[in-house]
Ligand binder design. Structure first.
Ligand SMILES: Cc1cc2nc3c(=O)[nH]c(=O)nc-3n(C[C@H](O)[C@H](O)[C@H](O)COP(=O)(O)OP(=O)(O)OC[C@H]3O[C@@H](n4cnc5c(N)ncnc54)[C@H](O)[C@@H]3O)c2cc1C
Length: 303
């Protein structure tokens, strides 16, 4: 196995790549192991990323960030890390084979949105055309005055509808028959003019006038559908090491992005936060600087 890195970053989305840029520019040895499923890859064009007033596609942003990290000497490893163990040097990461030894590890493994029942091809096309969206904070502006549906269960979906209500008055909440909804939530939805349709959404299809979906006996058409079905949180590696997690499964960190395991840090969507690129980048900058300072406290970093 190659020499022990100062830091191994697991996850090459906006958080992991930002940290790689910082750490490489601190003259530290850093590698990013990534299996290529950044949520940012799904963004057809983000319009809330500062510095890009005309928007930028998620793939293009990631390519720029990878080039930026490589320019300063970070290494990129296209591999999935399946196991992380504490070792004499710090940590050892394993995938199909041994990946790296490192004095510190930053987990930037993100989350994956749960999808409604929709084919891969239709899902991809609907995302591209803005008929399916996952993030009202990101793109609520783009659905201003449109006819929007939110698919979800329980109070989370109503919260998303309420958030979207400041962008459009035409909102339908599609909620499964057996999903409990408190009387006061139903009253709140009514007061906000949010229509409630009960049933399982299926048969999604794209048409010239929008996205079609069947709910019970009804075929409905919307400009955009927002699934609000929660996320799979990729905190298994931290959990296996015994790091503290929230009830939902996010990695708990202190104000400097340290987990409860010495030498293990976390940033981005996998930590409780806004689940936005700007937030992932900000946490990564803090994490990278903390890692540098913690390493320097153990052994001075001298030129
Ligand atoms: C459709 C859509 C539109 C969005 N639009 C916007 C927007 O306009 N503006 C905005 O700010 N945000 C937007 N977001 C949210 C944004 O994409 C995320 O907040 C951001 O990507 C989080 O960055 P991250 O680095 O924490 O995680 P991610 O970008 O998800 O990166 C995590 C990386 O870790 C890798 N990984 C996970 N586990 C392992 C492992 N064990 N081994 C190796 N690699 C691993 C994954 O493959 C992935 O590449 C959008 C999200 C979606 C889905």
């Amino acid at each position: 196995m190659a020499k022990t890195l100062d830091c191994l970053i697991i996850g090459g989305g906006p958080a992991g790549l930002t940290a790689a840029i910082y750490l490489a520019r601190f003259h530290l040895s850093v590698a990013v192991a990534d299996d290529g499923n950044s949520r940012a890859r799904q963004i057809p064009c983000t319009h809330n990323q500062a510095g890009f007033p005309d928007g930028i596609a998620g793939v293009d942003l990631l390519n720029r960030m990878r080039d930026h990290a490589l320019k300063y000497g970070a290494s990129l490893i296209g591999a999935r890390v399946d196991g992380l163990a504490v070792s004499a040097a710090g940590f050892e990461a394993r995938g199909r084979e041994s990946i790296a030894c490192a004095r510190t590890v930053l987990l930037a493994t993100g989350v994956t949105n749960r999808r409604p029942e929709i084919s891969e091809a239709t899902h991809a096309e609907a995302l591209r055309e803005g008929r399916l969206r996952y993030c009202p904070v990101c793109d609520g502006f783009e659905v201003t005055d449109q006819n929007v549906a939110v698919i979800g269960r329980g109070p989370r979906a109503l919260t998303e509808c309420t958030f979207l209500r400041s962008f459009t008055v035409r909102i339908t909440l599609i909620i499964e028959e057996d999903s409990a909804m408190a009387a006061q939530d139903i009253d709140r939805a009514r007061a906000l003019g949010i229509a409630i349709v009960r049933g399982y959404p299926s048969d999604f299809a794209l048409g010239s006038t929008g996205i079609h979906v069947t709910v019970g006996q009804r075929r409905m058409t919307f400009d955009t559908v927002y699934p609000a079905l929660g996320s799979e949180i990729h905190s298994e590696l931290a959990g296996a090491l015994g790091a503290d997690l929230t009830d939902e499964g996010c990695i708990k960190v202190d104000a400097h992005q340290r987990t409860s395991i010495r030498g293990l840090y976390a940033a981005g969507d996998v930590v409780v936060g806004l689940d936005q690129i700007s937030h992932a980048m900000g946490e990564a900058g803090v994490a990278a600087t903390t890692i540098r300072n913690d390493l320097a406290a153990a052994a001075p970093i001298l030129r």
